[in-house]
Design a protein around this ligand. Sequence first.
Ligand SMILES: [Zn+2]
Length: 506
Amino acid sequence: MSDVVRKVIAFSIVILGAGLLWIGRGSGNDAEAAKNEMKEVMSSARERMAFNDPRLKGGYRYERAGWIYVHLEGDPNSIGFQHGYLLGPEIEDGYKAVSLEMTHTTKRDWPFFREVAREMLWPKLDPEYQQELEGIAEGLNARTGSPLDVYDIVALNSFEEVPDYYVPWLDKQAKTKNAPNLKSPGNCSAFVATGSWTKDGGIVIAHNNWTNYMDGERWRIIFDIHPTHGYNILMDGFPGVIASDDDFGINSDGLMVTETTITQFEGWDPQGKPEFVRARKALQYAGSIDDYTRIMLDGNNGGYANDWLLGDRKTGEIAQLELGLKAYKLWRTKDGVFAGSNWARDPKVLKEDTPEFNPNDMETSPNARRVRWEQLLNENKGKIDVDLAQQMLSDHVDSFEKKAETNERVLCGHVDTSARGVAIWAWQPFYPGGAVQGKATDSAMTKEMRMVARAGHPCGEDFLAKPFLAAHPDYAWQEPYLHDMKAGPWTVFSSGEKPEMPQTSN
Ligand SMILES: [Zn+2]
């Protein structure tokens, strides 16, 4: 008898037993209790069966310091299956928060995003990533019985590019009446430094993720991916999403990658390849700055347009790839520093891809943080290391007001405390968003595939949902999924590491 047949028979017996249990009980509360019991029996039987799926071999997870560390390995479908299975509950929860945000801000329903995923995005994906995404849907279903299918997973993967890049482009093309005010987001503060700028002369790279807290409090996965093809990857990420997406990651050929978005970017190419798959592919296959640039440019769709900050620990060289859609620019050096806080600087990109952005308005969050980066990095030239990077990511100096404050103009953003919000990103006053976690690494750590990360605000402050919602009823629509975002300690994670203690669950 084959394993599969044996499993099907075992599963049928369990279901039959549960059914008899149900019939055997009387009516009313007893029947309800028996029904719940049957549901539980069936779901644990399904989990047991899936647990024996050979695709799970090698994958594991554990939790530490507010993060969930997930190790995935093997062929694309197995990596996906492990991802979907090991993070099943988190994917379902993340989907609820992200889909609420996507539908609320765009005034489009979920079937719209599914259709975009199926018709526009799916055909442009490399087969390898189609297999991985199918694996995620299969693993998720095996674990939780979730009805989400691969197109829901693709739509989830596009949550940074479709709502804020494609939809405003579409609304403009279609002259949609009463179109919502959608802006490309202003995500993140970051820098990369090398040569005489750093303490040991190697590369130091650091990043904090800016997003709404509803998404950000869930952006707490450390993915350790060992694929059959390409390099091993260590990156932070979001449940169900195949790219880091905020982005921070390193690979086993010594490439170090992060980015900040380009404020007020406009444009979309419906024939292009989704950003989430180009970014994942580049981190998996690029062994050099040139490789990285080539992969990101191949099929550029304009989605989630970023200033990419790159380092190659093999050469000590760093780069900034300002990736617009109509224009782009690559700067590179073996002795210097590049910082990012959501501003473009190449004249051609500014003119063609960000026509509304004003680089001279020093009151805005991107420009105020640009000034602060320049101050901090110049003051610390020759001393920059990972410890100092952590302090910089936690910085609360408002360069415009010239004082320390937690607001939208500081590197560790707390927009929920600002009556101004950030109009150029369509973030209203007291918007519950800002810096939601931080990461850093250097050349020596990258050689050993290690990085340091902190969940929650990089400064260590907690965000508490209940008092916030009581004070700001405008955001009551987020109430079901906006939870506390507690900060954890700075914690080192490395590729291939195992949990210190045996896990009792998951
Ligand atoms: Zn802070």
